[in-house]
Design a protein around this ligand. Sequence first.
Ligand code: SF4
Ligand code: MG
Length: 331
Amino acid sequence: QEKILQVKNLHVTFKTYGGYVKAVRGVTFDLYKGETLAIVGESGCGKSVTSSAIMGLIPQPPGKIENGEILFDHKNLATLPKAKLRQIQGMDISMIFQDPMTALNPTLTIGEQLTEGVRTHKGLSKSEANMKALEMLNLVGIPNPQERMKQYPHQFSGGMRQRIVIAIALICEPTVLIADEPTTALDVTIQAQVLELFAEIQQKTGVSIILITHDLGVVAKIADRIAVMYAGQIIEIGNKREIFYQASHPYTKGLLNSVPRLDLMDEELQPIDGTPPDLFDPPKGCGFTARCPYAMEVCEKIEPEKTMLSNSHRAYCWLHDERAQAVFPSK
Ligand code: SF4
Ligand code: MG
């Protein structure tokens, strides 16, 4: 499978009055062509910071990419100058945010907002851009696109607005689409329609999607692979069946606990007892130690390394690591 994007050992910190928050701590994953990779986890786990880093949207300062690479099209986005990043952003990699209302400009017509990107990034003429915009509105299922182009965001329903946001994100034919909680602000029926739209668009365009969400129902519906993040790290990653049916990390199991069946999933992440560790001063060992029912001596002292459970499935937990015995042969 062709790798479209590779994130390697990404570290992001934020400077605050209280000190440095280590928001992302060594995140590594690949994104393949035409797949949907879901990144899931509780709020504050680093999933949005990871996607912002890919988009070049970390405000620096107070944020800083301390370490790591984001490889895309033979470039390292982590170190690319701002001007170059801006060319990629919106063109090759585009992003959809949670709230369609803040993503749209209330003072510009839908047509103006749709055509702006292709005119600046792709140098299309006004009429070419209009043609392209109509095509996109058709693709996302907006009726009467010709008339609708002349209208303003407030003249559309929430679901229609999110379709427009998706059309804007796709008009430059990006190879990667990052969607951060794209359906959270929508009611359930519209949510289902928007998710179907994602699947349809992916089939038609071959775009690779990174889906950031805390909603396991959404993940069950459209993800091919799932990365589970906790305390700034990916603690388990695998294809959908591996995560839903063969979850190995105690945190992943906890998340899936009360909704073990894929076909019955329509649940948000389940709360797990306790709170995540302080990322001003992250634990030396496994970040989940304080909440983990299986925690061992080794967990507190040494960070678990990668264990490959299959070619596509890896976890970071001492329970699955033979080396734990060698380090602490107590039992
Ligand atoms: Fe629990 Fe230890 Fe695994 Fe961390 S490494 S999840 S504390 S068993
Ligand atoms: Mg978020």
